[in-house]
Design a protein around this ligand. Structure first.
Ligand code: FAD
Length: 480
């Protein structure tokens, strides 16, 4: 059987489903749209990694751990007494599952509302001339033909030979959100930011939580000051962070994970209840397209695309985690919008310099634009200002004084080049700077704006003032 569509999207994660919805909204120009939605465990998977095992479940649990820490550590300072707070992990997991269900059901509803046809097959594969073969759940294979095919198959966790995932005692970042009962001794092999998210969730409950950082390199571009500040804060929560440790083997004995590792010249071993392997993700491009489809990848499996996410095959686009750039839901979604609009003849262009990155730890870390290190290496003259939350009335009132806001501006033009924040609501504060940067604002523009009082946003205002040495609520090192 074959059908003709203007747009066929393969994958219904945040990149694919947003692209499908936007394409359908632009129906008059782009015509018919169909989303190939993978079926796992007998059910179609709407929302991809993000809604099912990524952004949303991790934040649901993170919020639970915040509340636990609040009750345990901060209530007494507010004069509130509660019985010693306990944890009902099953209830916590139930809450998380309900939220995931609400959101994935929401995507399904949005598809219906926007007239996106769903092809809930096993998986789609692209062949030459934009033919997509979809194996349906009952084993029948249908072929969709489209003027435009958008590939959005996302990513999957990387596994490493010394620690093979068994989804029981050794889990990856997917299994990490469903650990029950919660382990008393936990270790994580970490490389990327989501491991910090894991640390903030499980570190709040596990009596002993240890985190091994295998490599020093980080995929995220935090300033070293912020990195140190975050590490200090996680350590203060009892996280045992071992930089430079390298796991050489694991063995399951007596229901425990025996881990051998090297640290410096020493070879060591230790026993844990659970091991989380969180060493990064890779694009899911295996068997996504045939060799004559015209689509090509780099040696790591990322699909080659231009600035507008067009692949080398005419009419074939690729978005989200399978293409270059940060593996972030919002980056994929905006690529989805860009591609849908370009297909419809609208000249949308994504500003890759203004994509915020967030690490959902406690405290939160967020950044947009350049770091000082990058500007130094590019030879750009810059100035910067920082302001600590400890001097912000609202932060003191809520007892969240850890961290700071930093703003970096071009020394000659005053244009804002980057903003970095560690502390309460860091993600939302940095988003203000994303807006400012998109409008080409200068530090002076922010200085001249009125910020509400008392707010955490006041730290953004003061950091902008500090860029030119005239922050009001601290002693400025540089004077003006
Ligand atoms: P995915 O979300 O992976 O979706 C791809 C979909 O396509 C999947 O449903 C997959 O099953 C399906 N598929 C694959 N192959 C086929 C095929 N052949 N045919 C049909 N369907 C197919 N990002 C953030 O921005 N903020 C966060 O806070 C955040 N937290 C995260 C926490 C964790 C634990 C993890 C793992 C990730 C997190 N991310 C976060 C990253 C974010 O989830 C991803 O960047 C995002 O989901 C990528 O979107 P995508 O649509 O490209 O791919």
């Amino acid at each position: 059987m074959s059908a003709n569509y203007d747009v066929v999207v393969v994958g219904a994660g945040p990149a694919g489903y947003v692209c499908a919805i936007r394409s359908a909204q632009l129906g008059s120009e782009s015509g018919h749209c169909r989303d190939v939605v993978r079926r796992e465990s007998g059910k179609p998977v709407f929302g991809g990694t993000c809604l099912n095992v990524g952004c949303i479940p991790s934040k649901a649990l993170l919020d639970s751990s915040h509340k636990f820490i609040e009750a345990k550590e901060h209530f007494p300072t507010h004069g509130i007494s509660v019985e010693v707070p306990g944890i009902d992990v099953a209830a916590m997991m139930g809450r998380k599952t309900k939220i995931v269900g609400q959101l994935t059901g929401g995507v399904s509803g949005l598809f219906k509302h926007n007239g996106v046809e769903v092809c809930a097959g096993a998986s789609g594969k692209l062949f030459a001339n934009r033919k997509v073969e979809v194996s349906a759940a009952d084993g029948t294979v249908i072929t969709l033909e489209a003027a435009n095919v958008v590939l959005a198959s996302g990513s999957e966790p990387i596994s490493i030979p010394p620690a093979p995932v068994d989804n029981d005692l050794i889990v990856d970042s997917t299994g990490a959100w469903s650990l029950m009962p919660y382990p008393s001794v936990l270790v994580s092999l970490v490389l990327v930011s989501l491991a910090w998210n894991l640390g903030s969730v499980w570190g709040a409950w596990a009596p002993r939580w240890c985190c091994w950082r295998l490599w020093r390199a980080s995929s995220l571009r935090w300033t070293s000051k912020l990195r140190k500040s975050r590490r200090k804060s996680l350590k203060s929560r009892g996280l045992d962070i071992r930089l430079g440790a390298r796991v050489t083997g694991t063995e399951i004995r007596d229901g425990k994970v025996h881990v051998t590792y090297t640290q410096g010249d020493q070879s060591l071993d230790e026993v844990f209840d659970k091991l989380i392997v969180s060493v990064g993700r890779r694009p899911r491009t295996n068997d996504l397209f045939s060799s004559d489809s015209g689509v090509t990848t780099d040696e790591r499996g990322f699909v080659y695309v231009n600035d507008y996410c067009a692949t080398e095959a005419p009419g074939v686009w690729a978005i989200g985690d399978i293409v270059r750039g940060p593996m972030l839901a919002h980056k994929g979604s905006e690529e989805g919008v860009m591609v849908a609009e370009r297909i419809a003849g609208k000249p949308n262009q994504l500003n890759y310099d203004c994509i915020p990155s967030i690490i959902y730890t406690d405290p939160e870390v967020a950044a947009v634009g350049k770091t000082e290190q990058e500007l130094k290496s590019e030879g750009v003259a810059y100035k910067s200002g920082t302001f600590p939350f400890a001097a912000i009335g609202r932060a003191l009132a809520s007892g969240n004084t850890d961290g700071l806001v930093k703003i970096i501006a071009d020394k000659n033009t005053d244009r804002i080049l980057g903003a970095h924040c560690v502390g309460p609501s860091a993600a939302d504060l940095v988003q203000q700077m994303v807006i400012a940067m998109e409008f080409g604002s200068s530090a002076e523009d922010i200085q001249l704006m009125v910020f509400g009082h008392p707010t955490l946003s006041a730290a953004v205002h003061e950091a902008a003032l500090a860029v030119d040495g005239h922050a009001i609520h601290m002693a400025n090192r540089k004077k003006r």
